[in-house]
Design a protein around this ligand. Structure first.
Ligand code: TRP
Length: 474
């Protein structure tokens, strides 16, 4: 069937392919000496597609030059209803004007990633032999790159490794910070694979008003909270960039290779750097990219450079890995695969994510049961009605209710969650009752975390952070 020009291309790749085929159409019409009017109209369409392409990708269309993964569709496009949509998502900012939070489906289109659909979730269950984690069942990990390829290889006994990280900007971690680690721990368990965790103390030094010593100290402190998530010391390597960069020649060699293959223009386009950003920031993305390649860890992979990497992370980190995936083939390495999560909303509402610098926006891992109770009761944005009478009559709105959103992250029982949603929406369940369920769900999770963290000794941290062989079969 010929390509239907009326159908909207949704991704840069679709548009690129459309342009290719329209180019073919024009050429064959010309070769066949078709009517002038017919050729003209085909050229008109080609020109229109070129303009669309430039608008969507910020790049000129060139045959034989597919759009790079870095061609993100610009923000602030006008939505179909004419409303300017102000989702803002990059490694340093996350905000939206929508109370339901960021429109994640749109983000998939803009970033050119793929949706984690039911089929993929089923497949992960099948290949791992385990019930999917609630983060997968509930769309909290919602987007991916190349996950099918990872599973294909795994089914053929070809294993992979996990890479995730954290920017240690303060001692205080909140529950939102745990999301990628809780999920990564599950992946490590069900696939039985090695894991590297990067603590970017260098990044925080470059971006924040902190000393190198502070950043390094936060890295070690944060490592304790990460270890408390239950990672297997025989399969996990945690490293501070400030320590490991100097200690591992292979790691630094990869950083330099990446630096040689990315231009200032490219990082400006991807990260929005300007001429007045310090050069440390401009070269930093290479350091976050390097752990995506197995040859950066000679003690673990013994010089192998072909072990596939899978990166679970929040979607705001994707710019780093779009860049990484662009460079990988040029320096002879496999592209890392990705699993992206949504953000953990602030107590005040899903317009922004939790922030460690605003005590009232977050539930900290150090909060007491009393603090948890009072924060949820005082600050958690409610989708309930103003009076009990109205609430009983019209019901609440779970889609904007932060307490309900938190339950989707932390309440394990699917049926109970569904019942809460129905009862809240119908008005049978009041906001105070919903909040009580959340408080009772969070309190034990946080106190158990605190218990486990207390058990983490300095020697254990030392062990996790020592470059060494890990225990696994590839
Ligand atoms: N830049 C991330 C942050 O500020 C930390 C990080 C480094 C990371 N490498 C990663 C996060 C890999 C996810 C996956 O939090």
């Amino acid at each position: 069937m010929p390509d239907c020009p009326g159908e909207e291309a949704r991704t840069p790749m679709e548009l690129y392919e459309k342009l290719n085929s329209q180019g073919d159409t024009v050429r064959s019409l010309k070769a066949a000496k078709a009517e002038k009017a017919e050729i003209d109209s085909a050229i008109q369409l080609l020109l229109k597609l070129k303009v669309d392409y430039k608008q969507m990708t910020g790049q000129e269309y060139k045959a034989g030059c597919p759009p790079s993964e870095n061609s993100v569709i610009p923000d602030n496009e006008t939505a179909a209803d004419g409303v300017i949509d102000e989702d803002n998502v990059d490694p340093w900012n996350v905000s939206t004007t929508n109370a339901k939070g960021v429109d994640y489906d749109k983000l998939i289109v803009r970033f050119g990633s793929s949706k984690i659909d039911k089929e993929l979730v089923d497949r992960i269950e099948k290949v791992s032999g385990q019930k999917a984690h609630r983060f997968l069942r509930r769309g909290i990990f919602f987007s991916h790159r190349d996950m099918h390829q990872v599973l294909d290889a795994f089914e053929k006994q070809k294993s992979f490794y996990l890479y995730t990280g954290r920017g240690p900007s303060s001692q205080a971690m909140h529950v939102g910070h745990l999301i990628p680690f809780i999920f990564t721990k599950w992946l490590q368990d069900v696939f039985d694979i090695p894991l590297v965790i990067q603590l970017t103390d260098d990044e925080k030094y470059l971006w924040k008003d902190l000393t190198l010593e502070d950043c390094h100290r936060f890295a070690v402190e944060n490592a304790k909270d990460i270890i408390a998530c239950g990672f297997d010391v025989n399969k996990t390597f945690i490293f501070s960039d400030l320590d490991y960069m100097g200690a591992s020649p292979e790691f630094y060699r990869n950083v330099v290779k990446i630096q040689k293959h990315v231009t200032f223009n490219q990082v400006k386009g991807i990260f929005g750097f300007t001429d007045s950003d310090c050069i440390g920031k401009i070269s930093f993305p290479a350091i976050q990219a390097a752990p995506s390649f197995s040859s950066s860890f000679s003690q673990i992979f013994g010089g192998r450079k072909d072990v596939q990497c899978l990166i679970p992370c929040a979607i705001d980190q994707d710019p780093y890995f779009r860049m990484t995936r662009d460079v990988a083939p040029r320096i002879g390495y496999p592209k890392p695969a990705l699993l992206h999560s949504t953000f953990f909303p602030a107590l005040q509402g899903a317009q922004t994510k939790m922030s460690a610098s605003d005590a009232n926006s977050s539930i900290f891992l150090t909060d007491t049961p009393k603090q948890i109770k009072s924060k949820v009761n005082k600050h958690a944005f409610s989708g309930g009605k103003d009076t009990i009478e109205e609430h009983r009559k019209h019901g609440g709105n779970a889609d904007v209710d932060v307490s309900f959103m938190y339950l989707t992250f932390f309440l394990e029982d699917d049926e109970q969650l569904e019942k809460i949603k129905q009862d809240y929406t119908s008005g049978a369940l009041l906001t105070g009752e919903l909040k009580k369920t959340l408080i009772e769900t969070l309190q034990p999770i946080i106190s158990q975390h605190q218990e486990r963290r207390k058990q983490v000794t300095d020697e254990m941290v030392q062990q996790f952070m020592t470059p060494r062989p890990l225990n696994f079969k590839l």
